[in-house]
Design a protein around this ligand. Structure first.
Ligand SMILES: [Zn+2]
Length: 162
């Protein structure tokens, strides 16, 4: 507490419990993806996979190889590139087909992005709040079904048609 007292110059500016509490909390980063993840249109199982994705907590092959529990790095859907979060959901041929087709179906242009920015890209230029929530729920559903296809290909040794 002494460090905070000295670094914030509270002797001259005055100390308050609020200032002390804020100093103890440290820098709190603001996350922007809450509008996407906590969208009430999301189906819970879809939401959960999106939540794990945004926190980079899915057990992908890159992580499993890092941990030494697995030694096969290739993506389970295209079997050509290292499977990581960016590849699985946005760069994989399989995922691109899914994304492009769903984007065409719902009437938005597909743009390559990453997990942090995907939801922003999807609702860019959309003013209607209901349409925004539907698009975000669709994005969440796509991530879930790509994850499902990935796990299916691991368990069944066959890739589901995109
Ligand atoms: Zn792939």
């Amino acid at each position: 507490m002494r460090v905070g007292f000295e670094s914030n110059n509270w002797a001259e500016t005055g100390y308050s419990i609020k200032h002390g509490y804020e100093w103890l909390q440290g820098d709190l980063s603001t996350v922007t993806w809450t509008k996407w993840i906590w969208n009430k249109f999301n189906i819970p199982k879809h939401f959960f996979i999106a939540w794990l994705s945004i926190h980079d907590r899915l057990r992908l092959r890159d992580r499993l190889c890092e941990l030494g529990v697995y030694n096969e790095e290739a993506c389970l859907l295209c079997v050509s590139v290292l499977e990581n979060l960016q590849h699985l959901f946005f760069k994989c041929k399989y995922s691109k087909v899914c994304m492009v087709n769903i984007c065409a179906w719902i009437g938005i242009r597909f743009r390559m992005c990453n997990i942090e920015d995907a939801w922003k890209v999807w609702i860019r230029g959309i003013k209607d709040q209901i349409k925004r929530k539907v698009l975000l729920a669709a994005l969440t559903a796509i991530l879930y079904h790509i994850w499902l296809a990935r796990n299916h290909s691991y368990c069944q040794k066959t890739v589901i048609n995109p």
